[in-house]
Write a protein that binds this ligand. Structure first.
Ligand code: SF4
Length: 351
């Protein structure tokens, strides 16, 4: 972000210095007695505003982490800074609101169950229609399932996954909770926790699961139904932070006519799309997102593709905005949509 704005608050070193100055003011004797001399920072309104902007105008992409010669990971102090700002009531209001909605929903999940099941029934009908299979199912509350799929809200993340699970005959269940976790964006680790214990199962990205189906030959795909050239944007959370690089590429190679790597830097050095870390949520940050996403837009232009896929809903929303703002003329899509579309169906002709 600093590359594009040259604003001090966007420099990782400056963000960390702000936190250190607050720590000095309240947790060191020298800072408490001689705050000016030791540049200790008091938490007054003006300072809190600066800290809030510095902490929330960061995508937590960790590009600074891989370049830091001291091995510092600024994403965690930034999280702590966000929590400080949130506790002082100065976090972006829309982010606080959606985080609170998530927490309340988790407390009263049974209140939402009837409506949720009705919506899933509608999606199930759509699935049967699309796949011409009256037995296609979106199972919910299947407690013995081998896989619990936790989607982002919306048909576009549920239907394609359901098509793939049904095609391979997976024993699966759809989660009633969605994968969005806005408390995490607020640095509120306690509220962000789903379980306060070691999980008795493995947590994997859907990309890892789908790539395994391809590797094991459990699904037949026809890449010609996704024509043109498709590139892939590595989401910071899945790639740089989660280490998942090859599986999305394996899915694309099997699902699209032609896969092309994004013009460098890509993989672990990929530029963040500019919408991560919760920046996609507050409407007043759109101008900043477009400014800091300019590099991504240029990368896409250089790659010369018909479509760009990602595996993260934040990236996808940001790429849609960049596509429009910079007139890129590409189709923005997701890996599972491309893979689901490529499932070989009896009687379907390739375009
Ligand atoms: S995490 Fe990304 S956006 Fe935040 S300071 Fe580091 S490089 Fe900049």
């Amino acid at each position: 972000m600093y590359f594009d704005t040259k604003a001090a608050i966007h420099s990782p070193a400056y963000k960390l210095a702000l936190i250190r100055r607050v720590q000095k003011r309240y947790y060191t004797t020298s800072g408490r007695i001689f705050p000016k001399l030791f540049k200790a920072m008091e938490l007054n309104d003006a300072n809190l505003k600066e800290i809030a902007d510095a902490m929330f105008e960061c995508t937590r992409c960790r590009r600074c982490t891989i370049h830091c010669p001291l091995g510092i990971d600024p994403a965690w102090p930034v999280s702590a800074g966000r929590y400080l700002v949130k506790t002082a009531g100065k976090a972006p209001s829309v982010l606080s609101m959606v985080a609170q909605v998530g927490v309340e929903k988790a407390k009263n999940i049974s209140l939402y169950e009837g409506l949720y099941l009705e919506q899933i029934k509608i999606l199930e009908d759509q699935l049967s229609n699309d796949t011409k299979n009256p037995n296609a199912r979106i199972p919910v509350k299947n407690q013995d399932a081998d896989i619990l799929y936790v989607p982002i809200a919306g048909a576009h993340s549920i239907i394609p996954a359901a098509k793939i699970f049904n095609a391979v005959g997976e024993d699966w269940s759809l989660s009633q909770f969605e994968a969005n976790n806005y408390s995490y964006f607020l640095g509120d680790i306690e509220a962000a926790k789903w379980f306060n214990r070691t999980l008795p199962f493995q947590v994997k990205s859907i990309a890892e699961v789908m790539a395994k189906y391809i590797e094991e030959g459990r699904i037949k795909l026809d890449p010609s139904v996704n024509p043109g050239t498709t590139t892939y944007h590595d989401p910071c959370q899945l790639a740089r932070n989660g280490g998942v690089y090859e599986e999305p590429r394996a899915i694309l190679r099997a699902s699209v006519e032609k896969f092309r790597e994004l013009a460098p830097p890509n993989k672990e050095y990929n530029w963040c799309c500019g919408g991560g870390g919760g920046l996609i949520v507050p409407p007043d940050l759109k101008e900043l997102r477009m400014k800091t996403g300019k590099r991504k837009a240029e990368q896409i232009k250089q790659t010369k593709t018909t479509a760009i896929a990602s595996m993260c809903e934040n990236c996808r929303s940001q790429l849609v905005d960049l596509n429009e703002h910079y007139n890129l003329g590409v189709r923005v899509t997701s890996l599972i949509e491309l893979m689901a579309n490529a499932i070989k169906q009896e009687g379907r002709n390739s375009p």
